[in-house]
Write a protein that binds this ligand. Sequence first.
Ligand SMILES: Nc1nc2c(ncn2[C@@H]2O[C@H](COP(=O)(O)OP(=O)(O)OP(=O)(O)O)[C@@H](O)[C@H]2O)c(=O)[nH]1
Ligand SMILES: [Mg+2]
Length: 458
Amino acid sequence: MLDDTIAAISTPIGAAGIGIVRVSGRNAIPVVEKIFSSKKKKMTDAPSHSMLYGHIVDPEGKVVDEVLVSVMRAPHSFTAEDVVEINCHGGVVAVRKTLETVLKAGARPAEPGEFSKRAFLNGRIDLAQAESIMDLISAKTERSLKVAVSQLEGALSAAIKAIRTEILGLLAHIEAGIDFPEHDLEDISRIQIEQKTKLILDRVKKLIDSAGTGKVFREGLKTVIIGKPNVGKSSLLNALLKEKRAIVTDIPGTTRDAIEEIVSLRGIPLKLVDTAGIRETDDIVEKIGVEKTMEMFGEADLVLFMIDASTGLTADDREIFPLLKGKNRLLIINKTDIKKDIDLSEAENHIEPENVIEMSLFQEKGLDRLEERIETMVYAGLASGQEELLVTNIRHKNALEEAGLSIEEVLKALAANLPTDCLAIDLKTAWDKLGEITGETVEDDLVTQIFTRFCIGK
Ligand SMILES: Nc1nc2c(ncn2[C@@H]2O[C@H](COP(=O)(O)OP(=O)(O)OP(=O)(O)O)[C@@H](O)[C@H]2O)c(=O)[nH]1
Ligand SMILES: [Mg+2]
């Protein structure tokens, strides 16, 4: 399968300055050479990482497009194979037609993620690095990008490799004992094994703990603003977005449909949702809006419950309190410019004081505190400076958890004084599980599954 030459459009389809058709494989250069016409140079003579000017010409001799072609020779390319990238004039037709011509000349259409898959199969990057490419493409804030880049550069892979090396060392130690059963591991040795195993477990757990934060950077923190009508929910969305996205009026029931926007809050990507105010209503559109609010509420990672300082707690607010149970939530008391002192004793039965934020969107007060609280929540439990090493991918987290369980089994076996070959089996399982993250011990099916989630042309 690695023998054939693949091609795909690697830029988004639509009108643009340029569009790129990428070709990779053993015959990438001869295939493109067949349809490339240049007065001066031949592509087969071109050195690696050079560009040639010319035209793509179809088999009937008609010019398809004026192009610049870059040639990257194996192994110094994205896929570690010969790669040719044809820079066409952007525009749906020119790029499609160029791809068609390349396919006729002997390439086959690339599957989604197939270029990255080849980079993995050819050993240029490991699986965790390949997966970070998609994160990099979809990064919504600079911090998300930083996390993806450090994974692409191998930060996570290096951490996993280091843990695997430790496990291997332990295995060697134990297996030496297995080979000479008459000298069962002495007590002192068991203590050493236990200490080392605990250290390994600790490192695995730290990575698992980082996954909550990692998921936020990869997927965004779904943050839903709820409250009764007219408290200022849409005004908060607009303030955080720094644009007048949602309609704001003094008429209760203004927002009917949920509005979702990506906001970068101190670099943390929030999927911020403004919702229809929750109240009993006979208005059919508003009723559906309220149902949608409840749906959004169910999916929220964080709920911002807003109340109005000028009215104090009302019956509508009281109905919302029980819903907040078990949710990450902040209570926002808006419109403190009208009235400041409201009785919060009742609210404090439901929400911890540090999660109560006084706000006046009119006076732009309270937004800093809100940002600070959200930032603290996202980083909770994370060692400072660990941002470079976050587990962002659920597949990686699952593998780490399974490895962690096996390592715990080792500790249990040690405590129960079980024979040493039992320890070796669980350690080997942990070693395999960690290898799945970097792709060293992974099944082909899983590799295929991972890359089909990529986009075409990547
Ligand atoms: N005094 C004062 N008024 C505010 C403040 N924030 C918002 N408002 C006003 O409150 C009214 C309602 O604001 P919205 O943002 O539309 O409220 P909402 O919660 O989205 O309302 P619905 O969409 O109807 O549920 C508008 O007239 C705002 O200008 C504030 O901090 N102080
Ligand atoms: Mg609104």
